[in-house]
Ligand binder design. Structure first.
Ligand code: MSP
Length: 534
């Protein structure tokens, strides 16, 4: 990696540790991991941050219900559930921030001291509704008519429960001071909030006018105390949002490694969020940054929800499915593939065991897995495991070489739009094309006649060289299986580590040298075990 490599800083939201993760949380992290692996293969200098949000009423109450101190509660959940889930889904994050760490707490205080010194913090009473599920001060427009036991009452549109009524003496952040500046910023930078539906939502909220908002809580104990008023803690969102800069060295000693990191990565390139927390990230967060004299992120991307029965999957509604359950059955690669492939990023989608099994079998096992095993088996059988040279290329092979170039370019531009399904779709079409080519060329027939051995060599070379490119393109999505395939086609020895293969030259034909040792390894996507019945 050169000094001049372009920086790419990506964040996921930090997750509440009131409970263990479900696949909705793993979904955001998986998307972040696929995207950052892709950018690493572009040769960029990547920083991928994830972590946990440990303060606030929601976590405090969960700890109380569990009968332990909040710190004990979060320590346990973080080490037993939240850190392990990263391994489960094979995430390669560069850092993991916990908001109870001192590096975070100290810098949060420093940040708010700065904003106060800049004149944007004042004391005032807060009276109004608060949803603990969202940890959010609600406006009348955010509430909807309740149903069932809450019929006739106004409830939170996400949690379906009436908000609590707060009456506190708080410190306020002068959000309204940034209204015009934010509108102008987003008009000039339409890519700063994506997709379009999210952009429109943010613009209409901004045009409706911003009002000042509490930045502290006087009735909550579990949080970071204000430096100038120790009787209050920083409102949990105004503590949590800061993780994106506290973890990367905001406020660090000038000249220190941390300060260097901050100078390199801020403003973040992409901040991934679920659509439920868009307003925090695309309105409050940039306003906070501006108030402290910092730049807003380059892009906030809001993805959709994983739904169960048409509603957001959630632990509180007992609809959360644990990532382990799926990964134990399908493997981490298939988990990553499925969620990135089956749900258009930015839209809602549902997980179904049947759909996932069907795609696993048709797209992974029968599609790519079968192609790789047929190709490596035939090189073993007809050429004693040595990749034959590309002896007699013709029109069909030229067509494949050109198609590959297009696929690489298109997949790369899909990734720029965070269109994971589109990028995967490009590679899949290429795989189907190669599978069709094998069926059409019938290498097993070519093998029967001495005069067609040069054609046989070309066909098998073409398939293995295509697998080389497929491994590079799919590595961000399915790193384990692609590493196995990379090894099976002899690319590890000849070309080095898969993760070091630049995407830019992935479409250049002829990289796999003839003569490399090809081995038919274990099946890349083994047959699924029968699901256990209860
Ligand atoms: N702690 C806050 C975020 C603070 S970021 C400074 C929070 N935590 S959360 O655990 O409730 O949610 C974290 C992320 O998980 C959000 O982006 C949310 O959209 C996502 N998801 C939670 N349930 C989800 C689904 N059912 N589907 C998709 N994503 C979901 O909010």
């Amino acid at each position: 990696m050169t000094e001049l490599a372009k920086s790419f800083y990506l964040t996921t939201p930090i997750y509440y540790v009131n409970d263990a993760p479900h696949i909705g949380h793993a979904y955001t992290t998986t998307a972040g991991d696929v995207l950052t692996r892709w950018h690493r293969q572009r040769g960029e200098s990547v920083w991928f941050l994830t972590g946990v949000d440990e303060h606030g009423t929601k976590v405090q109450r969960a700890a109380e219900a569990g009968g332990v101190e909040p710190q004990v509660w979060v320590d346990r959940l973080v080490s037993e559930s939240w850190q392990p889930v990263l391994k489960t889904i094979d995430a390669r994050n560069d850092d993991f921030i916990r908001t109870t760490e001192s590096r975070h707490a100290d810098r949060v205080q420093k940040f708010w001291d700065t904003v106060k010194a800049n004149g944007y913090v004042f004391s005032a009473p807060y009276e109004g509704p608060y949803c603990v599920g969202c940890e959010e001060f609600k406006f009348a427009a955010d509430l909807v008519e309740g149903t069932g036991e809450f019929a006739g009452e106004q409830v939170c549109s996400i949690h379906g429960k009436p908000p609590e009524q707060l009456s506190e003496e708080n410190w306020f952040f002068q959000l309204s001071a940034f209204n015009d500046q934010l509108i102008k910023y987003y008009e000039e930078n339409p890519n700063a909030v994506r997709p379009q539906s999210a952009y429109n939502e943010v613009m209409s909220f901004l045009r409706g006018g911003l009002v000042d908002i509490s930045m502290s809580r006087s009735s909550v104990k579990w949080g970071i105390p204000l430096s100038w008023d120790k009787s209050q803690v920083v409102y949990v969102w105004f503590d949590a949002l800061l993780n994106y800069i506290t973890a990367t060295g905001y406020g660090a000693e000038p000249g220190s490694k941390d300060a260097e990191l901050f100078a390199r990565v801020w403003p973040a390139n992409v901040q991934l969020v679920g659509k439920d927390i868009l307003r925090f990230h695309a309105v409050y967060w940039p306003a906070m940054l501006l108030a402290a004299g910092l730049q807003p992120p380059q892009q906030v991307f809001a993805h959709g929800w994983l739904l169960v029965g048409g509603e957001k999957m959630s632990k509180s509604k007992l609809t959360g499915i644990s990532p382990e359950l799926i990964v134990d059955h399908f493997g981490s690669d298939a988990f990553r593939y499925y969620f990135m492939r089956a749900i258009a990023f930015g839209h809602d989608g549902s997980f179904s065991w049947e759909d996932m099994s069907a795609r696993y079998t048709s797209e992974l096992a029968n599609g790519l897995g079968n192609l790789a095993s047929r190709a490596t088996a035939m090189v073993g059988k007809y050429f004693e495991g040595k990749l034959p040279p590309d002896q007699a290329p013709g029109d069909k092979e030229i067509e494949i070489q050109q198609l590959l170039q297009t696929v690489v370019e298109q997949a790369d531009s899909c990734i720029d739009e965070l269109d994971f399904a589109g990028a995967i779709g490009q590679v899949r079409e290429f795989i189907e094309h190669i599978n069709g080519y094998v069926t059409e060329q019938e290498p097993w027939v070519l093998a029967k006649d001495e005069s067609t051995i040069p054609r046989l060599a070309t066909v098998l070379y073409t398939v293995c060289e295509s697998l080389r490119a497929i491994a590079v393109l799919y590595n961000p999505v399915m790193p384990k299986a692609m590493q196995e395939m990379w090894q099976a086609i002899g690319a590890q020895e000849a070309l080095g580590d898969l993760a070091d293969q630049p995407l830019a030259s992935c479409g250049t034909w002829g990289q796999l040298p003839a003569g490399v040792q090809v081995v038919k390894g274990a099946s890349l996507f083994p047959r699924l075990a029968e699901p256990e019945s209860d």
